[in-house]
Design a protein around this ligand. Structure first.
Ligand code: NDP
Length: 240
């Protein structure tokens, strides 16, 4: 039987590429999303991948959504914590709401999704948890105290949980993309984007598929000895 992979934020951007790459690698894929029904419908029409709407920021909604996915497709073997948002502002202008929204989605969302799935993975003695962190969680970024803190938190979460999963066949890893050509980055003013590209040694933005290929590797049986690690994929911009 094909393994089941659940991708949060899996119908747009990097998540859509991850969903497609996992499908191509033979997984049965479920793609969660937050609210963009048109994008989700277009994605399902294109790929045949079932989409499920809930917010990763809501624990109860995650538990119910996961239960629905498992009823439809079977136990989740591979969880990709990809959903993420930005609410950028220099710290002196950052509101509590901007802080809380980013922490709730980008950090607590990872807890909310992993926690209900974890007991089943422990019982079945197999699991893959892969969280999409960010270069800005490694190095910090101006006007992203909220985002950088949450993404750094994802790396700490990954390292701690890897130790707990190791004896039960569960690997837990993070990927830190640099700047990838998705709507999130294309929304940045063109001048800022050009200056970002100027700082990337390979001289271009990354493609979502380049992150998806890292995910497929980490999800595979070949990656069974890779756990608690962070794959850095940023065009040579920052090394850690
Ligand atoms: P996009 O903005 O293109 O897509 C974000 C996806 O996350 C959408 O599918 C969106 O759903 C979903 N989402 C947002 N909030 C929630 C929520 N509360 N519950 C469920 N789903 C949610 O982002 P990217 O593809 O660019 O980014 C994907 C991940 O990669 C993020 O975690 C981001 O931080 C990280 N990243 C991105 C980089 C980049 O350069 N693009 C660089 C480094 C990291 P909907 O479609 O319904 O809106």
């Amino acid at each position: 039987m094909a393994r089941v992979a659940l991708v949060t934020g899996g119908s747009r951007g990097i998540g859509a590429s991850i969903s497609k790459a996992l499908q191509a690698a033979g997984y049965t894929v479920a793609a969660n999303y937050a609210g963009n029904d048109d994008a989700a419908a277009a994605f399902t029409a294109e790929t045949g991948i079932k989409t499920y709407k809930w917010s990763v920021a809501d624990y109860d909604a995650c538990a119910a959504g996961i239960a629905q996915v498992e009823a439809d497709l079977g136990p989740v073997d591979v969880l990709i914590n990809n959903a993420g948002i930005t609410r950028d502002a220099p710290f002196h202008k950052m509101t509590r709401e901007q802080w809380t929204q980013v922490m709730d989605t980008n950090l607590s969302g990872v807890f909310n999704m992993t926690h209900p799935i974890w007991p089943g993975m422990r019982e079945r003695k197999f699991g893959r948890i892969i969280t999409i962190s960010s270069i800005n969680g490694q190095k910090g970024q101006f006007a992203q105290a909220n985002y950088s803190a949450a993404k750094a938190g994802d790396i700490g979460f990954t390292k701690a949980l890897a130790q707990e999963g190791a004896r039960n066949g569960i690997t837990v890893n993070a990927i830190c993309p640099g700047y990838i050509a998705t709507e999130m980055v294309m929304a940045v003013p063109e001048k800022v984007r050009e200056s970002i590209i100027g700082q990337i040694p390979v001289g271009r933005l990354g493609e979502p598929e380049e992150i998806a290929r890292c995910v497929v590797f980490l999800a595979s049986d070949d990656a069974g000895f890779v756990t608690g690690s962070t794959i850095t994929a940023n065009g040579g911009q920052y090394f850690i």
